[in-house]
Design a protein around this ligand. Structure first.
Ligand SMILES: Cc1ncc(COP(=O)(O)O)c(C=O)c1O
Ligand SMILES: [Zn+2]
Length: 421
């Protein structure tokens, strides 16, 4: 049961049926946090009845979600993604266990389906004719796909530079697509103006308070998979900071219900070329006054001049005794084949970044040999094949180019053997 929405800046509280998106005292910076009555929820929602629930989608956590009892849920299967133990990655990182949570298995191949499913439910609850978002690509693909599943009109703003696969998804799903000649920030600002102008339901990250609630279901799944005995560290890549805020919210929910006794440490991972949060963390800067940076990274999904959800994103790390870490684009690219070979999970650059972050944390002694670490792979490698090809080339992997004969194969295999001896 939701009790209201609280501004992350001033703490002002608004009623559960508040029709706005942000705290009026703080304009677009005044992001709201959805509040619940945990005592009341815990009286009927228990670990045991959750364990007996055969619904494995994100909606299994419905008592902890801000949707009405009569909400119609979209038909696509969102949530319930697998998490795999990866002992070879654990030994490479020098920790006891590494678990890879594969969000590439979502219907549109990224974690953003969790938020977009929530957006579509909320848009329909409000009878919105059109729902809109700006996005680096994945949130847009997610909104496009979930909208298509229920016939919800949607208008999407993405930078024209977004990877082709993400744009192809938007077009295939039949969205109205605006390819903006500019950055994600430019697309965001235009989407905000357009939604005000046309009255479209606004799904934007770091603006719509319900998106964190959708994303937190990934964190709840992690905690539940560990039997509510949390891992020591969770590694999350950070662009706008909404996913990491969602993972933190899952932990707060579980603490609120009395289901976990201690919080895992949350590590936020950014590219060195898009390291707003790392800078603020290292220098103790106030994210409300720190100006935007000029972001540039191969990991398009985590390229953000000014992380929109930075207040929640900073709290996720500081309140769990974690850290913000930067990794180079080269380390992010190297992490793509490393995760693929070490676990069988194929990640896009932003999805691989958390593993690069784990290696960085290990090299700095921030995780220990007894630790259990979760690497949240937020998006599929098929989202950005150009980067994957760059990654395998940079680690020296080349295919054998051969004629369709056994002779040619034998010669090529012999060459390889010679090279590797
Ligand atoms: C694959 C992937 N990883 C990470 C992120 C970063 O999420 P956030 O912007 O909430 O920090 C995104 C956001 O687009 C994403 O698509
Ligand atoms: Zn406020």
């Amino acid at each position: 049961m939701i009790t209201g929405l609280t501004c992350v800046i001033c703490g002002a509280t608004y009623p559960a049926d508040f029709a706005g998106y942000v705290c009026p005292n703080h304009g677009n910076e005044g992001i709201l946090d959805v509040r619940y009555d945990y005592a009341q929820i815990a009286s009927s929602f228990t670990k045991e009845n959750l364990a007996a629930d055969r619904n494995t989608t994100m909606w299994r956590y419905r008592p902890l979600l801000p949707i009405r009892d009569d909400a119609t849920l979209p038909p696509l299967t969102v949530g319930g993604t697998p998490m795999y133990g990866a002992p070879r990655l654990a030994s490479a990182a020098g920790v006891a266990e590494v678990w890879v949570k594969d969000e590439g298995r979502q219907p549109t191949a990224s974690l953003k389906d969790r938020a977009s499913a929530m957006a579509v439910v909320k848009a329909q609850e409000r009878g919105a004719e059109v729902v809109t978002t700006a996005s680096t690509g994945n949130a847009a693909a997610a909104l496009a796909g979930i909208s298509a599943s229920v016939g919800q009109h949607n208008v999407i703003f993405v930078p024209a530079s977004a990877p082709q696969a993400k744009i192809a998804q938007l077009l295939a799903y039949g969205s109205t697509v605006a390819l903006v000649d500019g950055t994600y920030g430019d697309a965001f600002d235009l989407c905000m103006q357009a939604s005000a102008e046309y009255g479209w339901y606004n799904r934007n990250t770091g603006f719509n308070p319900f998106m964190t609630e959708g994303k937190k279901t990934a964190g709840l799944e992690i905690l539940e998979a560990f039997g509510w005995d949390p891992p020591d560290a969770i590694f999350v890549s950070v662009g706008d900071g909404s996913i990491i805020g969602g993972v933190h919210k899952a932990i707060k929910d579980a603490v609120g219900l009395g289901w976990i006794g201690r919080a895992p440490r949350i590590f936020g991972i950014q590219s060195a070329g898009s390291d707003y949060m790392v800078q603020a963390f290292e220098k103790g800067e106030d994210v409300l006054t720190k100006p935007p940076i000029s972001a540039d990274t191969i990991a398009d999904s985590i390229s953000a001049d000014l992380p929109r959800d930075r207040v929640k994103a900073m709290a996720a790390v500081t309140e769990t005794d974690g850290a913000y870490l930067r990794v180079s684009d080269e380390a992010i690219l190297d992490a793509i084949p490393a995760i693929a070979r070490g676990s069988g999970v194929f990640a896009e650059p932003a999805g691989a970044a958390p593993y690069a972050g784990l290696l960085e944390a290990a090299s700095r002694g921030l995780v220990s040999k007894d630790d259990k670490a979760v690497v949240l792979v937020t998006g599929s490698g098929l989202k950005d094949v150009t980067s994957a090809m760059k990654a395998v080339t940079s680690v020296g992997t080349t295919p054998m180019r051969i004629a369709p004969t056994l002779e040619s194969l034998r010669a090529a295999l012999n060459d390889r053997k010679d090279q590797s001896t």
